[in-house]
Every structure is written in C-alpha cells, then in structure tokens.
Design a protein around this ligand. Structure first.
Ligand code: GCO
Length: 281
C-alpha cells in the first residue's frame, strides 16, 4: 500500500475511534457542550459578546477582568441568557509574573479550559514623538506579552491533559495597517498577528488551533472617544462599506466558528470582521 494512502487511512480511523469524525458529520458542528472557555476582558464589549455567544452554544465560561463589580454584572447577564456555568476571576493580567499562578487557580476551579479567548486590551493615542515608554510598555504588556504568557500556560495545561485546544486572539484592523497616533497599539496588534501564526505553526502538533479575529471599528468603550468626534465618525462610516460601526455581537459567529469543531482545520488565520473595510480601495 502506498505510504500516502496508509497515512490517510490511519487519520480517518483515529478520528473514528475518538468519535470526532462522526460528530462532525452528523451533529451540530458549532456545538460547544462540554467545553469550557476562558475569556480575558469578558466583562464588557467584545469579550462579553463572545462569552455570551460561546455560552449560547453550550460552553461554560470563565471571565477575567480587573473589576469585580463589572464581572458580576456580566456573569448575571450570561447566566440569565444562557443558563450555563459562569466563573468570574477578578485578576489583573498586567501582572505578567503572576499569570502562571492565576492560570493554575483557574484550572483548579473550572477543572480545565478548552478554549482561550485573549480579548483584554488597551490603547494610548497621541503623537508618537511624544509617546512615553511607560505608556508604550503598558500597551505592549497587556495586548501582547500577557497573551503570550496566558497562551503558554494554556498550552502546558492542554499538553498535560492530552486534549486539544483553541486559542482565539482579538486583533484589529491594525494587524494590517496603521493609523497615525496609535504606535503602541498598532505595534502590539501587528505583533499579535505574528504570535498567532507562530503558535499555530508550533502547537499544531498538540492539536491546538490558534487564530485571530480582526474587528473593524466596533462601538465599545475603547472607541467611545472616537465615536464622539464627528469627523472621525464620518471617516469610519465612509471607510466601511456596510456603513455603520460594528456591534460586539457582530464578532460572535466568527468566535463560535473558531472555537468549535467547525474550525478544526483552520489555524494561523486572521478573519477580519470589518464591514468590508479592508476590501475597499
Ligand atoms: C483606533 C481604534 C482602533 C479600533 C480597532 C480597529 O484608535 O483607531 O482604537 O484601534 O479600536 O482596533 O480595528
């Protein structure tokens, strides 16, 4: 039997024995029942919308953010809408040195995490010639270094449990192009895209898929000052063929796709959910 054919047969059999192949053919390919998702920045905006979407497809969710109060409110909302289990972790992942310990605590409480959504992020805006290094470091640490540290902890956990995993990083249009005054944010998001690709290539052997979502301009707290600026608002509308700001829920479907069995052969990609922004000259 030619080698290529033999290998093909083995793969199919493996899938069959795990039940995976059969599930994909017969069941709901977006089903997340029995999975647990950890979402940083899950207390509001894009993170909360994604937490709700995953929960409404059957996942239990653990949300991390700095402020306990907002976490509790978000948890109530998710529970009311989905009746899934919700854990809240009031942690500041800017404390990069503590991430390993944080993650251990989360695993102890949840008994395992199958899906990691890196959504927490921040920005500073202003002329780059005046950008101080403290601000630069803060943005890079939260948007990029904390993602690395969490992904490492997640990878070690998945390796140990011998189970597959999904990582979804929330990127930006700035994974692709720049806007004046956003050097730290754009650099962190450009780096995040390359981190996504590197981890996808390196961790495929552990059955960990790593992808990014690139939101266009979405109406969240992060963009509130931009929406309040009439010229900026008009610029966004003129650049977005669908001609509106995105809503956090607009990212839900892509997150479910990448988190579920439907995304098993997708890795190292960024999917832009931008109302057509990048397609237009
Ligand atoms: C900005 C915004 C952007 C958007 C978004 C675009 O300063 O222009 O904050 O970064 O939030 O990420 O995709």
């Amino acid at each position: 039997m030619p080698l290529a054919y033999k290998r093909y047969k083995t793969t199919l059999t493996e899938h069959h024995s795990s039940g995976h192949y059969i599930n994909q053919m017969k069941g709901n390919i977006f089903d997340l029942c029995g999975k647990t998702a950890l979402i940083t920045g899950g207390n509001r905006g894009i993170g909360l919308a994604i937490a709700k979407a995953l929960a409404s497809h059957g996942a239990d969710v653990a949300i991390i953010a700095r402020t306990k109060q907002q976490l509790e409110t978000a948890a109530e909302q998710i529970k009311a809408e989905t009746d899934r289990k919700v854990w809240t972790f009031p942690l500041d992942i800017e404390n990069i040195d503590k991430i390993e310990n944080f993650f251990e605590d989360i695993i102890t409480e949840t008994k395992g995490v199958d899906i990691l959504i890196n959504c927490a992020g921040t920005t500073v805006r202003g002329p780059t010639e005046e950008l101080d290094l403290k601000s630069w470091n803060k943005v890079i640490e939260l948007n990029l270094t904390a993602v690395l540290a969490l992904s490492q902890a997640f990878c070690r956990h998945r390796k140990k449990s011998g189970k597959s995993g999904k990582i979804i990083n929330i990127g930006s249009l700035m994974c692709h192009g720049a806007r004046a005054t956003t050097a730290a944010y754009a650099s962190s998001k450009g780096g995040l895209l390359m981190l996504t690709k590197t981890l996808a290539v390196e961790w495929a052997k552990y059955n960990i898929n790593v992808n990014a979502i690139g939101p266009g301009y979405i109406a969240t707290d992060l963009t509130a000052p931009l929406r309040a600026d009439e010229d900026f608002n008009n610029w966004v509308l003129s650049k977005t063929p669908i001609s509106r700001w995105g809503r956090p829920e607009d990212l839900a479907g892509t997150a479910v796709l990448l988190a579920s069995g439907a995304g098993d052969f997708i890795t190292g990609q960024i999917i832009y959910v931008d109302g057509g922004w990048l397609a237009m000259l």
